[in-house]
Design a protein around this ligand. Structure first.
Ligand code: SF4
Length: 62
């Protein structure tokens, strides 16, 4: 499953990168999915990070 971050909603709180540093990072004040990790959406820790994102900016699709 594909994971992405909506830059219109993200405000760079860093929660996702703190919870799952193998998948998320924060760069220039915005959350980002690390290269090669775009397919990590089925990982339970990624789903948990998406649920807990304070702005609901993490999208999981597919
Ligand atoms: S937890 Fe949500 S708001 Fe915070 S950096 Fe990650 S995507 Fe952005």
């Amino acid at each position: 499953m594909k994971v992405s971050i909506d830059p219109e909603l993200c405000y760079g709180s860093n929660d996702c990168a703190y919870r799952v540093p193998a998948v998320f990072t924060v760069s220039d004040g915005l959350g980002a999915v690390l290269p090669g990790q775009e397919g990590a959406g089925a990982d339970p820790s990624v789903r948990d990070a998406a649920e807990k994102c304070p702005s609901q900016a993490i999208r999981i699709e597919g």
